[in-house]
Design a protein. Structure first.
Length: 194
């Protein structure tokens, strides 16, 4: 019985990836193009995540700054840590991220914001407003089906939305989206690997 449950995890993950491959290829392609344009124009990518998606943001920033599958110069990417304590000693993740965006963000930079789990949609506007204040565009990877959240994005922003109710499936898809973005950036900058 346990083995069947484990197999079901694999099948559910694979099913989701097959279901969204076609619908997400355009927004991922657009996001990769947006990232290349920002980086080649001297902008930086500020990667931030809410909740456990903070780890995915750290991973993505490391892939951009370091390397993906091809050797290349590092790309200007920073990981923003939402766990930084505020003056009172308490941690307000959205406020901490907003403060870092206000401090480090400049016009021409991009905010790549990840939010895999439902329930944190209320925190996103705080971070999005900070990016707006710095004249930054946003790429949002989310699992949210909240249409109000989509309305909070500008026409110049891109949302890559993973349509699944389970946070684990959304997080798994985030890793694949990260790899797709890094590969697309490398292809645009370096050409296809032999």
């Amino acid at each position: 019985m346990l083995e069947q449950r484990i197999q079901q995890q694999f099948f559910e993950s694979a099913d989701l990836q097959y279901q969204v491959a076609e619908s997400l290829s355009r927004p991922i392609s657009d996001a990769a193009q947006m990232l290349v344009e920002a980086i080649t124009a001297g902008g930086r990518v500020l990667c931030a995540g809410l909740g456990l998606a903070e780890l995915d943001a750290r991973y993505l920033a490391a892939q951009l700054m370091g390397r993906f599958e091809q050797d290349r110069p590092g790309l200007a990417a920073l990981h923003l840590d939402g766990r930084v304590q505020q003056g009172s000693g308490s941690i307000d993740v959205a406020a901490a991220l907003a403060r870092q965006v206000q401090t480090l963000g400049h016009p021409g930079d991009l905010l790549l914001l990840l939010d895999a789990y439902a329930g944190s949609e209320q925190q996103l506007p705080t971070v999005l407003d900070a990016a707006r204040g710095q004249d930054m565009s946003v790429i949002l990877l989310s699992g949210s089906q909240d249409e109000a959240l989509r309305a909070a994005l500008l026409d110049t922003d891109i949302q890559i939305r993973i349509p699944h109710s389970r946070g684990a499936r959304v997080a798994e898809a985030f890793r694949l989206v990260s790899h797709c973005l890094c590969d697309a950036i490398d292809v645009q900058l370096l050409g296809a690997a032999e």
